[in-house]
Design a protein around this ligand. Structure first.
Ligand SMILES: [Zn+2]
Length: 488
């Protein structure tokens, strides 16, 4: 079933090869073939430290004992190198970067999916790969398995009586572009210059950006907190702004997120990251501005993550904390690169990566429904053409950290088959993006988040013998308390 070692891709950096074998930690990475999802459950019950799974493969960190047990049970698996004490397993998207980066002393990479490899990397190797253009997902923490699936979300059955589509019309293209400019420029060099950097592996530009975000959310009257963490001795922070639900409870939470770090081949000089991902951050800011004047039953969190370009580090930190707190996250809409398509007029195709969790698929359906209702309410021609990706969805942005913790989440992005040729380069600038796509994506995100947060819930029953009470969602009901008339 699985091709054994023959499928390994060797990176020819022989001078450094010997350094790649770290002290044996007694643990091994195994890629295990899955005959069925039931088999996955059986494996999880063996206490395997599962770090990733897709439709037919599973990656786990195993002890020698577990490896022999797998063999005795007749389960097919490929064994990768022993885990080093200073390395972590990563998913690496972009084999070209992997093969061209001779700063690596990684000996091999395992072809895991159509466009992804698995290898263990030290942090400096991850940095070299990221600079070479790869997208990384660090797989250092166990996925909770079996996933703790809550009550499936209900589909919206009726259109809201108060038009969130009208509210979406207040999305300001000028403000969106202003945010992109502020995030890509370097202070004191003039507005919207292209020499700023929010380099993921360095503090200065990141701190400046975080302060900008903190101050913007504060000016909208939201409760803002830094969510600090340390990775590879470098302090970083997510920025979290919260609009508390009108019930005064944080029980049900919806999240709109976008990472704010960036990268390029000359990351200390310029990593403007206009499309990747000032565009997504601008959308989150603008939705926050408009929704902060409304009231919803559910709590909304607007989050900007650090460390995405290092392998989803900031979102992994946040999702882990949310999982440990027992946050009831009804859905995460993560925006990453929403402002590019080639050749005007363009086909307006956009991706919604949902994966196969039915709750995430339903979330994607809601985003599609919001796009449709916006078009019906306002436009005659489709301004976004969404394509929902289930099997084969990518993990290469922060939604993956929520999937890994069992939370429903989707990624909204430009069409990955028409990827921005400037991304991860010094050319990813305001002058090279397509603002209209960002404007329409922002409207769609606003409508979707408003609808998700508008659901009201029956009071939580008092727990009896059952440890986890069942929450019953009522049918969708809009609950906007408008504080100013619509139609401006
Ligand atoms: Zn990105």
């Amino acid at each position: 079933m699985l091709a054994l070692v023959a499928a390994l891709v060797f990176v020819v950096c022989t001078a450094l090869l010997s350094a790649s074998i770290q002290a044996d930690s007694g643990q091994y990475l195994a890629v295990i073939g899955l005959g069925s999802q039931r088999e996955l459950g059986n494996l999880a019950s063996r206490g395997l430290n599962i770090v990733h799974s897709n439709a037919d493969l599973l990656v786990a960190i195993c002890s020698k004992l577990q490896i022999s047990q797998l063999g005795q049970a007749g389960i097919q698996f490929d064994l990768l190198q022993p885990l080093g004490e200073d390395t972590s397993p990563y998913l690496i998207y972009d084999g070209a970067a992997l093969e061209s980066s001779c700063s690596l002393d990684t000996a091999n990479a395992y072809p895991y999916a159509e466009d992804a490899y698995i290898a263990q990397l030290r942090v400096d190797q991850a940095e070299a790969l990221a600079i070479a253009g790869a997208d990384l997902v660090r797989l250092s923490r166990a996925i909770p398995w079996p996933l703790d699936v809550a009550t499936p979300m209900r589909r919206a059955s009726v259109l809201p009586s108060v038009s969130v589509e009208s509210l979406a019309q207040a999305v300001s293209p000028t403000l969106l572009i202003h945010h992109v400019c502020k995030l890509q420029d370097r202070d004191a060099l003039g507005y919207c210059n292209e020499l700023g950097t929010r380099y993921s592996f360095a503090s200065a530009g990141l701190n400046e950006a975080a302060a900008y975000l903190y101050s913007a959310y504060t000016s909208y009257g939201l409760q803002v907190t830094y969510d600090p963490f340390v990775f590879n001795s470098m302090p970083m922070t997510n920025v979290v702004a919260e609009l508390m639900g009108s019930t005064g409870s944080r029980e049900h939470v919806v999240i709109l997120s976008a990472h704010y770090d960036s990268i390029s081949p000359q990351p200390y000089d310029a990593a403007p990251g206009a499309d990747d991902n000032a565009s997504g951050v601008a959308a989150v800011l603008e939705v926050a501005r408009l929704l902060s004047e409304q009231s919803f039953p559910c709590t909304i969190r607007f989050i900007n993550f650090a460390g995405e370009e290092q392998g989803l580090i900031g979102s992994a930190h946040y999702a882990e904390q949310a999982y440990r707190r027992g946050d009831m996250i009804d859905g995460v809409i993560n925006l990453d690169m929403i402002a590019y398509e080639s050749l005007p007029p363009g086909d307006h195709l956009v991706d919604i990566h949902a994966g196969t969790d039915p709750r995430s698929v339903l979330l994607a359906d809601e985003l599609v429904a919001s796009i449709s209702s916006l078009e019906e309410a306002i436009h005659e021609l489709p301004l976004l053409v969404p394509q929902v990706i289930t099997a084969g969805a990518t993990w290469r942005s922060d939604h993956g950290s929520f999937w890994a913790r069992g939370f429903p989440a989707v990624l909204g992005s430009e069409d990955m088959d028409d990827l921005n040729p400037n991304y991860h380069s010094t050319r990813d600038t305001r002058s090279r993006i397509r603002p209209q796509l960002m404007v329409e994506f922002t409207k769609a995100a606003l409508v979707t988040i408003a609808r998700l947060a508008s659901r009201s819930y029956a009071p939580t029953p008092t727990p009896t013998s059952a440890p986890t009470p069942t929450l019953t969602a009522t049918p969708w009901r809009l609950y906007l308390n408008l504080v100013r008339p619509l139609g401006w």
